[in-house]
Structure formats: C-alpha cells, structure tokens
Design a protein around this ligand. Sequence first.
Ligand SMILES: Cc1cc2nc3c(=O)[nH]c(=O)nc-3n(C[C@H](O)[C@H](O)[C@H](O)COP(=O)(O)OP(=O)(O)OC[C@H]3O[C@@H](n4cnc5c(N)ncnc54)[C@H](O)[C@@H]3O)c2cc1C
Length: 418
Amino acid sequence: MSKTNGKGRRATVIGAGIVGVCSALYLQREGFAVTLIDRRGPGEEASTGNGGCFGYASCVPLSMPGLALKAPLMLLDPDAPFKLRWRDAPRLTPWFLRFLGNCNKPSVEDIADARFALLSRMYDGFEPLLAQAGAEDMVKRDGMLYVFETEKALAQSAYGLNLRRRRGVKMEELSGDQAREMEPALGPSVKNAFFFPQVGRTVNPLRLAQVLARHFTDQGGTLLRRQATDFEIGAEGARQVLTGSGSVECDLVVIAAGVWSRPLAQKLGSNFPLVAERGYNVMLPDPRVTPSRCVISGERYVGITPMEHGLRVAGLAEFAAADAPPVYARAERLLGLLAGLFPGVNTAGFEPWMGPRPSLPDSRPVIGRSPKHGNVLFAFGHDHIGLSTAGITGQLIGELAAGRPPSMDIEAYRPDRF
Ligand SMILES: Cc1cc2nc3c(=O)[nH]c(=O)nc-3n(C[C@H](O)[C@H](O)[C@H](O)COP(=O)(O)OP(=O)(O)OC[C@H]3O[C@@H](n4cnc5c(N)ncnc54)[C@H](O)[C@@H]3O)c2cc1C
C-alpha cells in the first residue's frame, strides 16, 4: 500500500479537535505537507471535556424508539437528561423533526450498524497514532460497567442491550454484589450490571489531543492559531484558506471543525443540519473513591471516568447555540447523581465544564468528499462518539486524500445524504 500519494501536495485541516488532529496525522502518513489551523489550542473545545470513554458499545443512538412520545415531557422535566434553550427552539425545530423521524426501529437498526462499523475499528484507527507518538499508555482497555438500580430502567434498556449484543458487543451480566466486587465504592442501590470488556478510556482527553498534536509538529507539521473565515475557489476547488491573519495555500482541505463546520461547509456550498448537543462535566480533583474503569448509570444518564487528574462525571444533552453561555447549575446537578452511586465520593473543589457535541439528526458523522469540490473532505458530526472514532475517521480521510478506495464502506456517512 502506497503511503506517498500525498507527496509534494499541501493539505490544510481546519480544526484541531481530536478529529482534526487524527486526520492531520494520517495525512502526514500519506506524505502530505500538512497545515493544521485552529483558533484555539489543540483539543480545547468538545475534545477537552468528554467522558474519555472509548465506547465500543456506543452504537445505540439518542433517537431510540418511543423517544418521540417522551421527548416533550422530558424537556419540561428538570431531572431529565435532555435540555433545550427555549430561545433557540425555532432554529432547532427542523433538526428535531428530522431527529424524531429516526426514532423508530428500522432507522435505529441502520444507525446502529453505521455507528458500530466505525466503533468496531476504533482501536485500529488509534493504535498506529498512539504508537508513533509513544503515547500508548494514554488509552486503557479496562472495560466499562453499565449499572442499574431499578428493574424499570433495566427493562427499558433491554432493546439497547440487545441491539449491542446482536452486533457482537461482548457483555457479561452481573448481580449488584458482583458489580461491587469489581468496583467496591459502588453503593448498595446498584442491583444489576453489565460488564463490557471491549470498552476503553483515555486517562486525559485534552492531553491526548495535545500529545498527538505535538507529535504532528515534531514530524514537520505546521500548527497555526488562526480563525479560518473563507476560501478562495479555483478551477480545481479550494485553493486557499482565508484566515483572520493571512491566507494558506493548499491542494486539499479537510473541514474538521466540530460543530463550527457548518458555516465553513456553507461557504463551500454545502448545507448540513449540524447542531450543538451540549454536554457538561464536573471534574473532582480529590474524589477519595476512584473506580478503576468507566461506569455508566442506566437511570442517572451519567458516565463516570477515572482520569489522571481526578474523577470526571459527564452527561446531559442540552440543545442550544454552541456559543451561548453555559448553565453551570446543570453541571452541578451531576454531583448529586454521582453521590447516589458512589456514596463516599468527595466533591470538594469540583470544576464544571460545558462543550458542544457536533450532532446530526441521523446520529452518524459526515466523512467523505464534498459534492461541490473534489479537493475538499469533510470529517465532522461525531456526536457522542467523536473521541472513540477520531482515529478511524482520520484513517479514512487519509485514504480518500491519497485517492485510494477507503478500507471500509463509508456510504452511511456520505456528505450528500441531506
Ligand atoms: C460531555 C461530553 C461527553 C462526551 N463523552 C464522550 C465519550 O466518552 N466518548 C466519545 O467518544 N466521545 C464523547 N463525546 C463526544 C466527543 O467529545 C466529540 O464528538 C468530539 O470531541 C468532537 O471532536 P471534533 O474534533 O469534531 O470537535 P472539537 O473538539 O469541538 O474541535 C473542533 C475544533 O475546531 C476549531 N474551530 C472551529 N471553527 C474554526 C474556525 N473557523 N477556524 C479555526 N478553527 C476552528 C475549534 O476551536 C475546535 O478546536 C462527549 C462530548 C461531550 C460534550
């Protein structure tokens, strides 16, 4: 397999989140001279504050059957994991109508196939990058515990569990006591659990992006701290990326700007229904109880991940403008949810965070060539699985850029599907 099809060609990647950084590294492996542009430091938006979970089991989308009926009530319930910034509702309504149209079993089965096709290759995509950067210790494969406190939540999860099982996700059913043997700090309310051995985690999502970005520059890549604003288009497609301070000439452009990819794609003639599904986390510097793997609650809708700098609890899906002010009271509610599962936890000194998941209404990312410009590639819209699938996305971008057939079927992610 040739790794030099990019030789002598210049590629510019817009966005140094985890998807853009992995894409830039794969382009380098293909021989391109790569410029990575971000208005902030690498990984400092959604890629900073995620749950850190390499979600092998995350093929189940948000748009589950029955949600269309429950959603209106959930939006009014202060304890529900869905939130809406009401002033953004008119702008978000077309997205919700498309999303709700996917809340049925045939669509969910297709979506789960599309998500699992990427998730099942997530380690293949990341491992070469971690190995070349000497960062293998930043990803641990120690599994995930999915815990339940009530029969009701367990019964409601049956379809989602089955969806995973039918796609070959390994899982082991446990009693509450068996779960506590694995995680002794779990409280007595946990009655049932499933252990997913293929799930992994990073010890620090921000540092992961930074370490990979540093490796990119160590290998000769150019990292520019600038805001991309527009493009100059020539006969072959995008010729220059215009930025707040000068332009960057290129033979190939990759749009990997997370939720902010939408206005950039619009400049290139493509309109995507991409919205911010904002999530929150709280970081506990001295939690006193530390699980040894990711723990996800079946009824509290939170993910708890041990990291090198403390314990992170993440959750919530808040539909709002990406850059609207955070409602940190929402993050603080996560503390109560955490304490119900881990009664001995110390929350002193917690730090709240908010960031936008880039979400499309059919719960699958856009990975592929622009329908308008042959030298523009799109890589965005990874909603809840962008950390996990950044490596394989980067690999596919590298293959497309080099003009090789992609190593997996990417029809489900094609940009012209909207
Ligand atoms: C609370 C929460 C928990 C999550 N948990 C998980 C998890 O456990 N596992 C998982 O796999 N995923 C998880 N995710 C999802 C994951 O974090 C995202 O899918 C992923 O970070 C998206 O990466 P990205 O590179 O596409 O976007 P981003 O990280 O948002 O990066 C986009 C970059 O583009 C830059 N940019 C934007 N516009 C411009 C411009 N015009 N010019 C220059 N630069 C620009 C931004 O500054 C930013 O750095 C979670 C997300 C949240 C919010």
